[in-house]
Design a binder for this molecule. Structure first.
Ligand SMILES: [Fe+2]
Length: 357
């Protein structure tokens, strides 16, 4: 039995399909005649309750449907003559992002909430893809907390459209933070990567923790400065590549939990030099249209040179998440060639509409 609908995450030139299950099982996804397995060097994975199957974007975009094949293991996996339960098959239609009017909803900082963010997204209406931008589980203290990711994505997308997942600072906390990467989309094991959904090109960035690595809160378990140095090399590589220069790209977006071009008070005033460098490289070489952030637990549209632009915003920054008691506000986007509608909606059914050129 599947616990939620599949979550089809876009990362690099793949879709990474995550499916949580109730019982120990093996899984593969069928697209046309081809099977793509959740495997580890030829062994079907069954120890994790969340399956991950990587498929080429092109294959799923063309087929527009896929079948999740799940087979529970009868009793414990044996060294020889293991027995399986009957095969379960679940068919899903899939609609890739197409066209010059692309609707997307952005959710972050849900901190374990599911109902309220789903309601806020429903208030925005039909979407072509979904973005989860960090701090979705409150922390990684237990693997079961990861399920709120699949619940939100499974309910909003129905397994029928793509999603994007970016890590936030709370995702770095707790005993299981080091294996979080097995439960979310990554490229070469990294939580920073590029993605493409239709004519939207995206750069997913990860600022790591929000205080110095030596902060006692982290109990000497963090080396985010080292991680960000690796990420700097990645950003420079992406900036110099042709991947964001394709003529078919309509909009370039940066998706990052922390709006890193603003100045924070101590102890949050970290990496100012490095973040200035990131912003400069992105602005000069990538020239993005919009930067989508969360983290601040409020919403707002911040143009270049505006109230939070201290380290050189590469473009307009939209901060789009406000969690509260039994409440959530997120943001919907309608990307068009010449402009983007930015529509904040909340779980109480309120909307505020803006347009960014
Ligand atoms: Fe955060």
């Amino acid at each position: 039995m599947l616990l939620t609908n599949p979550c089809v995450f876009a990362a690099g030139d793949t879709y990474q399909i995550f499916v949580p299950v109730k019982k120990e099982s093996v899984m593969w996804v069928k697209i046309g005649d081809k099977c793509y397995y959740d495997e580890a060097n030829g062994v079907l994975r069954s120890l994790s309750r969340v399956h991950r199957i990587t498929v080429p974007v092109k294959a799923l975009d063309e087929a527009k449907k896929y079948t999740v094949c799940n087979q529970e293991i009868k009793g414990r996996r044996k060294a020889y003559f293991n027995k399986m339960k009957p095969l379960e098959e679940y068919e899903y239609a899939f609609t890739p992002v197409t066209g010059d009017e692309v609707r997307c909803y952005h959710i972050s900082d849900t901190h374990n909430r599911v109902e309220e963010p789903v309601k806020a997204a429903e208030e925005f209406g039909k979407i072509d893809f979904l973005i989860l931008n960090g701090d979705v589980p409150n922390h990684c203290g237990n693997i079961k907390y990861f399920n709120s990711i699949y619940e939100i994505v499974g309910r909003i997308t129905g397994g029928n459209i793509p999603a994007v997942f970016v890590r936030g600072n709370h995702d770095i906390r707790g005993s299981y933070a080091e294996i979080f990467g097995d439960y979310i989309p990554t490229v070469d094991g990294n939580t920073f990567f590029t993605f493409r959904v239709g004519n939207i090109w995206g750069l997913a960035l990860d600022c790591g923790e929000d205080k110095p690595d030596t902060n006692p809160e982290y109990g000497e378990t963090i080396c985010c400065h080292y991680f960000r140095e690796r990420e700097t090399q990645f950003i420079e590589r992406v900036a110099d590549c042709d991947c964001h220069k394709d003529e078919t790209i309509m909009k370039k977006i940066i998706v990052v939990h922390n709006p890193f071009t603003m100045q924070y008070k101590e102890p949050f005033n970290i990496e100012e030099e490095m973040f200035t460098h990131w912003a400069r490289v992105i602005k000069e070489k990538i020239k993005p249209d919009l930067m989508l952030c969360g983290h601040l637990h409020r919403t707002g549209i911040h143009p270049v040179g505006g109230d939070i632009d201290v380290f050189g915003q590469p473009c307009t920054v939209v901060v789009g998440s406000k969690p509260d008691d039994n409440y959530f506000k997120g943001v919907g986007y309608i990307f068009r060639k010449d402009k983007t509608d930015v529509i904040f909606t909340d779980s109480d059914g309120k909307r505020e509409e803006f347009t960014v050129d």
